[in-house]
Design a protein around this ligand. Structure first.
Ligand code: NDP
Length: 306
């Protein structure tokens, strides 16, 4: 068995961000500064970290950014007014509404209220429809980043059997469409799929996006396959740690220090059968922010016909 290739998401994200920064510099010569509005409702600790990273990255790349923080008592109507104001602002090219939202807020109505040309998350039905019909669209960031990983690593997509585990609107469905557009033969599996392993074993490209720690085991992987592991599952007990990472000294040190670590949807032992794989963390994750930046610049250019 040959040593699998680790697909370094951090390195690819750095490359994309450098390209975005260069484009931002070029646009500034034309008097354009792409702007991103991030809307963070209430105080969800994980969301606060994500949004802070997004705002910091946009500033590092030279984009304008505006952080808007309504209280967690905000109503749907108030949020709709806020979005309407952002839709109308000339200095804002991308609107990001950090999920999850408080229960009283109708998330679906909000996502549909964002102007499709400023929908840098690619969640608006108009962008979903455009993606589906092969028209220029703002694609959801995580799936778009996964395609970048494959392309920039010179891994073949056309003609490959791609099996996607998960059918969410955020990951599973859009990555399936993007892989199809790249001429892969795509199979989508979900919680009602019978005999999952019979599908995964045929996968040249296996996408795991189910949110189940270490669910994909070595016997489910075709030798030499490319695995994209999207799962982010936090584990906190010693028992879980040993189940996935026994003998991994470096990871153990970090686990003991922090009291937790992250495992993907693929059992680390299964990566040994792969030809190439994205590690967790440091694989797919870093691409999400990079593609958000790239989408914001793209939105700025599209809106001005550049
Ligand atoms: P969802 O919970 O929205 O969807 C999970 C999907 O997995 C569903 O379609 C579900 O099927 C399917 N599923 C669940 N259990 C099984 C099973 N045992 N066998 C087969 N299919 C199953 O999750 P998301 O798509 O939002 O996220 C998936 C994972 O990716 C999570 O760990 C999340 O944290 C991570 N993530 C990472 C991102 C990043 O790296 N930046 C971004 C977004 C997500 P059904 O439809 O039948 O219920």
């Amino acid at each position: 068995m040959t040593t699998p290739r680790i697909l370094d998401g951090n390195a690819i994200a750095t490359q994309i961000k450098a390209e975005v920064a260069a484009e931002v510099r070029q646009l500034s010569g034309q008097g354009v500064r792409p702007g991103l509005a991030a809307v963070l409702v209430g105080h969800v600790p994980a969301s606060e970290i994500y949004v802070r990273n997004k705002v910091r990255t946009s500033e590092q790349l030279g984009l304008y950014s505006d952080l808007i923080t309504p209280p967690d008592t905000v109503t749907t109507e108030e949020m709709l007014d806020l979005i309407a104001a952002l839709n109308a602002r000339e200095d804002i090219d991308g609107i990001l509404i950090q999920l999850p939202l408080p229960k009283q807020v109708d998330a679906k109505r909000l996502l549909e209220a964002v102007a499709p040309e400023k929908d840098v998350d690619g969640f608006h039905p108009v962008n979903v429809g455009r993606l589906q019909t092969g028209q220029p669209a703002l694609s959801p960031c995580t799936p778009a980043g996964m395609i970048e990983i494959l392309k920039r690593s010179h891994l073949p997509i056309a003609g490959q059997n791609a099996v996607v585990l998960g059918r969410s609107d955020i990951v599973g469905k859009p990555i399936s469409i993007l892989l199809l557009q790249e001429n892969a033969t795509v199979t989508i599996c979900h919680s009602k799929t019978r005999d999952l392993a019979s599908f995964t074993r045929k996968a040249d490209i296996l996408v795991a996006a189910i949110g189940r720690p270490g669910y994909v085991t070595p016997d489910m992987v075709k030798p030499g396959a490319t695995i994209l592991d999207v799962g982010i599952n936090r584990i906190t007990t010693r028992e879980e740690f040993d189940q996935y990472f026994a003998g991994d000294k470096k990871r153990e040190e970090a686990f003991l220090l922090k009291g937790s670590t992250i495992v993907g949807d693929v059992h680390p032992a299964a990566f040994r059968h792969a030809g190439a794989y994205t590690p967790v963390p440091g694989g797919v994750g870093p691409l999400t922010i990079a593609m958000l930046m790239s989408n914001t610049v793209r939105a700025a250019k599209l809106r001005r016909g550049l």
